[in-house]
Design a protein around this ligand. Sequence first.
Ligand code: PLP
Length: 401
Amino acid sequence: MPHRPGRHFLQIPGPTNVPDRVLHAIARPTIDHRGPEFAQLGREVLEGTRSIFKTSGPVIIFASSGTGAWEAALVNTLSPGDRVLMFETGHFAVLWQSMAKKLGLDVELLPGDWRHGVDTAQVEARLAADREHAIKAVAAVHNETSTGVTSRIAEIRRAIDNARHPALFLVDTVSSLACMEYKQDEWGVDVTVAGSQKGLMLPPGLGFNAVSEKALAASKSNRMKRSYWDWEEMLKANPAGFFPYTPATNLLYGLREAIAMLHEEGLENVFARHRRLAAATRAAVKAWGLEVLALDPAEYSSSLTAVVMPQGHDADHFRETTLERYDLSLGTGLGKLKGKIFRIGHLGDFNDLMLMGTLAGVEMGLRAAEVPYRPGGVQAAVDALSQPGVESRHNTAVLVP
Ligand code: PLP
């Protein structure tokens, strides 16, 4: 590819832009992963990640993508043939359930329209009807990256409790962690699955499992075969800051830096910044006369916005146009949404002017690709971001959706 001047706009909903501080932290010599310098790094990142998941329990870090962390969550807690209740909220939820099936689990997938999050009343009714407690785990995706729809994790927990059901609660936060409020302990989540390449502002390559005591107890008696993904060896080595095999040392340097950056900004401010940029994005979409895929404002994602393409127009052709003309990468439609939507990522290391550049690129792309739209989306976002009382420097204020 010939050189393209200026900065590429990587506005897919992950992997996200890696900030210079993280890149510099990674660009250091790799050290002996069995030596004292590593032990210090290991202890710092293993301790620091707990504050991001909001847990006092262990967080296990694999050299893996999010898919690996999905597998680890299942194989450490369940036995072949166990029933798992899952929800068809979008492409990633469907992929996780197909993995569960391949692993020999008995998946019950509650159907969905890919425009709503998990129906908590349905969860409660289904669990209440399961008098024999055949369902061993409830597994939900917090933020469906394929649709820009969130599910209300605290309310799913309440539904499980209301039904007085002992199922484990597994949650995928691959595209919500460090973007939206998340509280592993307070929300009674047993295993939280995450990855490095989205809200944590790192390159791809780390997968996480935050583990409750109940999940740990399950891992001692469950019967699923596992080796690489086994928590046990990790939990033996981690307290001293070590890993049972070669860790992704340089990504851990980056993780240490990213955790420090998140705390310097303050997690609440990080969440408020994401909410604010998401609200401005939706203001732009509305002004263009286009439709946001998420139907319930209470379920809008702060990490990304999925935009429905007008009938007869191919979203991927539009995306090709923004890439070719403006060096802007937007997210493609996944699974059954292919060609029908495009996704604007506004997560991770991202600020007002990066959003304005992104939205200008989308508006120019709509014109260039001859997609019918009303001009004025960029202006609507400027207005949204400039509302009186909205603190722009630290982005702490919250806009009503
Ligand atoms: N879960 C969600 C919500 C995701 O968005 C993704 C990837 O984008 C995954 C799981 C799978 O993660 P990975 O692609 O890192 O394996």
